[in-house]
Design a protein around this ligand. Structure first.
Ligand code: 0WK
Ligand code: 0WK
Ligand code: BGC
Ligand code: BGC
Length: 943
């Protein structure tokens, strides 16, 4: 019985599938998924290490920024010369991108010639290598009859690790593959090439860009597939690149947009990270290589080494008698005798075994059929491991992109090139399969770069040219919004002159300087319940304000003002206001209270007393009829009378700047200026009465005693002792209506064509020029006009002028605040643009953000220059060398925009150095201010 068992065991042994012994012999090379996942996670950690400044220096996977910030967007065109050095073949090419009509839309035409790179040049003097490159270039131009006189932009694919400082400047970190030319490490290879071209002479070449072959491959495939954001080379060497978020690329300034990063993953494992996967054969290949200890991952994966790995495995198995009955030929002992092309041939579907036999015979071996099966299987395991390792690396990169985009599943294309991937029959399928197994939820497509990387290199140069010219043209446009110190001084001086002219009222004046009849800031004695109505900003607000012992209780309700009411009849507008007031009094249960009311009406009103004022002209998109020139307090009273279901005692008409000043003065007595940077833009301040011509004539004569006398008593006669002479110190708050500055053309030096467009499309062309450059109602429109212009010139949104972009008011000012907020990634900017129906790419979003920044910065600077003029006037009014004063501020632009307030404050600090200006944002808006003024006015009435 035992005998029978022994026979069958040996028989089975005898019959064993020869691949089994190979599987055992190479079990360390057969990686299963959780090992691959583990490698993938290790590589992901390496990615993070390479990207961050802290750990970059020590990182093995260098994650080199390429300064390629976008993938092709279809607008690239031009003729380029391209050099492709570093792969198995050195090529010189001419690349025509969309040049000639008749070419298939988006077509690229290429002519190429391959030039040998003799080994002695690969490991000779660097300068000689580049002389050979440059001479080959000249030969190509001559052979293709390409003019030597004409300037040719050149794209240089250089497939070695380079630290790129810009698209056309890259320092060679180290050689790899079979190159080790001397004297180039640390050198800027673009400069080395330029010098070689100069040495060769007789041609006019402009080297515009140098790219790694992975980057060029990604661009090549990105030309036809916008999902292509990864470039992969599995050739002589191996490497990958992908589009990373700029905010993660610490080595390059800026957080906006994306940049392609050349991982140089060939070096993965150089710090021992893969030691538990390194086999003795890998160590032997490394030890015999020209760069031991370097490019560990590459030596397990790429075409330069696969053949050698197979040879070393077969050699060892033969030595162990596992193959060829232990016979070892010299050829088999010879390095490089089995090439990666042999490995690929061995794995061919049909002829694999035959090829294996032929190859082994060429190595002076007499392989048995089982030997051939076994050796073929060695090739399979070695190349399988290669595709598995690439899959693990790729899975890490794709996971990274998924994380960057906060996606659960990714749809992406990987552009691939390289002889191993292209010529090895099974390689692509194996790679795709494992990647999809490691990332089951994602949709990963592989696009083979059919024409080498030079198309991509030319595209990078075309993109570089386009971005450079786009950048230049965008900068030119944005420079129109840059205000030089001279410009700001001009605005300050124009504002000062405008204030003076408005006060004098002799001759033309654009700044109306409207007396408010508010002569005192609050003194804290105010008490009682008041209604405040607030019209003029984005909404209408009704407020109930109660003052009690320096404490204020405030209840309010906001009512939107429909456009048709803003632009209907005056009667409809005031009926709408009266209806809102009625609703509010109902809501507060005070319908029968006939409350003393302060009416904040944020439009220019010529007031003749604290409680009467004629509307001079509408602003901010309002244009209700039959209002201009009419007393707005009366119109409100009429509307209330028409309802006849409640009544108010309107005792004060207040501009929102005055209300804001009063509100803030209640907190800080030094507050003598009110500034609104909101839908509209305006400022008021306490001017010396003697400087207010209008009042001077009218009041001093008729009302002098009446106006001032009353008040002093109320405050316990404190001011009684002031004599006539003291009128000097008397002040009144002037509502400057500074929005009108420039209506006389005084700002023509800073007004841009975009401002002119906004003004002409506004409901009040020619009016409120300063407001139209500084306030929320218009900034969005100015931005839209700039975006429209840039898009029409093909510098934005790929030149697609959408209906949205042509729609007035579509770009609300709130978007400026959102888009400019520092912690808003560009992705979110794109979401905002998406919501606006504007399909943008990263570059577009960067430009949109810059346009918003330029427009809002100018607005803040203009307000700053204007305010500097006002505080300096007050300082001079009081003949002070130094003035410290507080400005009460309100308005969505000042309060919500991320940078507006800082730029405004900084501008005032620089332009009014003798003034210390404190900015006090108003908490409860101007409603409280209106109630305070009503309190003062009513107390006066009761006197
Ligand atoms: C073809 C590309 C070239 C790249 C090469 C890599 O045009 O830029 O370096 O593929 O593959 P290899 O020639 O090393 O197999
Ligand atoms: C809130 C004030 C109101 C003023 C508004 C201006 O209470 O009087 O008109 O600020 O800011 P906007 O709403 O225009 O941004
Ligand atoms: C180089 C890479 C290159 C890769 C593929 C590697 O040896 O370091 O820069 O992309 O080979 O050609
Ligand atoms: C009005 C001013 C108002 C400012 C801020 C301007 O359009 O003319 O009266 O103060 O907007 O609301």
């Amino acid at each position: 019985m035992l005998a029978v068992h022994l026979v069958s065991f040996f028989f089975s042994k005898l019959q064993e599938d020869p691949t089994k012994k190979v599987d055992r012999f190479l079990h360390a090379m057969r990686l299963h998924d959780d090992q691959l996942t583990d490698i993938s996670m290790r590589f992901l950690a390496e990615i993070k290490k390479g990207l961050s400044t802290e750990s970059h220096a020590a990182a093995t996977v260098k994650m080199l920024p390429t300064h390629v910030r976008s993938t092709p967007d279809g607008t690239e065109k031009g003729q380029f010369i391209a050099l492709d050095l570093g792969g198995s073949k050195f090529k010189v090419l001419q690349v025509k991108v969309r040049e000639d009509k008749g070419l298939r839309k988006g077509g690229v035409e290429m002519e190429e010639k391959i030039y040998p790179i003799p080994n002695e040049l690969q490991d000779g003097r660097g300068a000689e290598l580049f002389d050979h490159v440059s001479e080959s270039l000249k030969d190509f131009l001559q052979e293709k009859n390409i003019s030597l006189e004409e300037k040719h932009p050149l794209a240089f694919t250089f497939s070695f690790p380079c630290e790129q400082l810009s698209l056309d400047k890259g320092l060679l970190l180290r050689w790899s593959k079979n190159y080790k030319a001397r004297g180039l490490q640390g050198k800027n290879v673009v400069q080395v090439l330029r010098e070689a071209i100069d040495r060769t002479g007789g041609m006019d070449i402009e080297v515009l860009a140098m790219v790694n072959d992975t980057v060029a491959t990604m661009m090549t495939c990105g030309f036809d597939d916008k999902y292509c954001n990864v470039g992969l080379i599995i050739g002589t060497g191996t490497n990958a690149c992908y589009m990373e978020q700029m905010r993660h690329v610490d080595l390059v300034e800026g957080d906006e947009g994306r940049m392609c990063v050349n991982t140089e993953w060939g070096a993965f494992g150089d710090d021992g990270a893969l030691n538990d996967f390194i086999t003795e054969f890998d160590r032997d290949v490394d030890a015999a290589s020209m760069n031991p200890g370097k490019q560990i991952f590459e030596k397990m994966v790429s075409g330069m080494y696969l053949g050698e790995l197979v040879r070393l495995v077969v050699l060892k198995m033969a030595k162990r008698g596992l193959l060829f009955d232990g016979f070892v030929s010299d050829a088999l002992r010879t390095k490089g005798k089995i090439t990666t092309a042999h490995v690929a041939a061995m794995e061919e579907y049909r002829n694999g075994l035959k090829n294996t036999r032929d190859i082994l015979v060429q190595l002076d071996l007499a392989p048995s059929p089982d030997d051939c099966v076994a050796v073929q299987h060695v090739s399979t395991i070695v190349s399988f491991r290669s595709s598995n390792l690439v899959a693990a690396g790729l899975a890490a990169i794709l996971t990274r992109i998924k994380q960057n985009r906060n996606l659960r599943a990714l749809r992406i294309t990987v552009g691939v090139d390289g002889t191993v991937y292209k010529t090895h029959p099974q390689y692509p399928k194996r790679l795709h399969k494992v990647v999809r197994r490691l990332l089951p939820e994602s949709q990963v497509r592989f696009a083979l770069s059919d024409s080498g990387s030079s198309k991509g290199a030319a595209l990078v140069t075309a993109v570089a040219q386009r971005l450079a010219s786009q950048r230049r043209k965008v900068d030119e446009t944005l420079s129109l919004f840059k205000l030089s110190p001279e410009h700001l001084q001009l605005v300050k001086d124009s504002m000062r002159a405008g204030l003076e002219a408005g006060l004098r009222r002799t001759g033309p004046f654009t700044i109306k300087m409207l007396p408010s009849y508010v002569c005192h800031t609050p003194d804290g004695q105010e008490y009682g319940k008041y209604l405040a109505l607030d019209l003029g900003g984005t909404n209408f607000r009704a407020l109930l304000v109660r003052f009690k012992k320096q404490r204020t209780r405030l209840y309010h309700k906001i009512y939107p003002i429909p456009l048709e009411i803003m632009q209907g009849t005056g009667e409809e507008l005031f009926d709408h206001l009266a209806e809102c007031v009625c609703d509010f009094l109902d809501y507060m249960g005070m319908k029968n209270a006939r409350l003393p009311t302060g009416f904040t009406f944020s439009f220019p009103c010529e007031q003749t007393a604290i409680d009467t004022g004629n509307l001079v002209s509408w602003t901010k998109g309002f244009k209700a009829t039959d209002c201009e020139g009419h007393d707005v307090v009366n119109m409100l009273r009429e509307a209330i009378k028409r309802r006849n279901d409640f009544d108010l005692d309107i005792v004060a008409l207040v501009n929102d700047t005055v209300g804001t000043m009063m509100s803030c003065a209640y907190e800080d007595p030094k507050c003598e200026i009110g500034l609104i940077a909101g839908t509209g833009s305006n400022l008021c301040y306490m001017e010396d009465l003697k400087n207010i011509e209008k009042i001077e004539q009218k009041t001093m004569t008729e009302k002098k005693k009446e106006t001032f006398k009353g008040e002093e008593d109320e405050q316990g006669g404190m001011k009684a002792e002031k004599t006539e002479g003291d009128a000097e110190m008397a002040k009144m708050c002037i509502n400057t209506e500074w929005g009108g500055l420039g209506d006389d053309g005084s700002l023509r030096d800073i007004i841009t064509p975009f401002d002119i467009e906004v003004d002409q499309q506004s409901v009040n062309p020619g009016k409120q020029r300063l407001e139209k450059m500084t306030s929320g109602m218009y900034l969005g429109e100015v931005v839209r006009q700039v975006l429209l212009d840039l898009t029409r010139r093909g510098l934005l949104f790929r030149g697609h002028v959408t209906e949205t972009l042509k729609t007035p008011g579509i770009f609300e000012t709130k978007y400026l605040s959102q888009i400019e907020s520092d912690n808003l990634a560009l992705l979110q900017v794109r979401c905002i643009l998406q919501k606006l129906g504007l399909d943008s790419n990263c570059d577009d979003s960067i430009i949109v953000k810059e346009v918003c920044g330029a427009v809002s910065r100018r607005a803040a600077q203009l307000c700053g220059a204007g305010l500097a003029a006002v505080v300096d006037k007050i300082r001079e009014n009081r003949r002070l060398d130094h003035l410290s004063i507080t400005v009460g501020v309100d308005g969505a632009l000042y309060k919500l925009h991320p940078h507006f307030s800082h730029v405004l404050q900084e501008t005032v600090r620089v332009m009014a150095p003798q003034c210390e200006v404190v900015f006090l944002p108003s908490e409860e808006g101007s409603g409280k201010g209106a109630a305070l003024i009503a309190a003062v006015a009513r107390n006066k009435q009761n006197m």
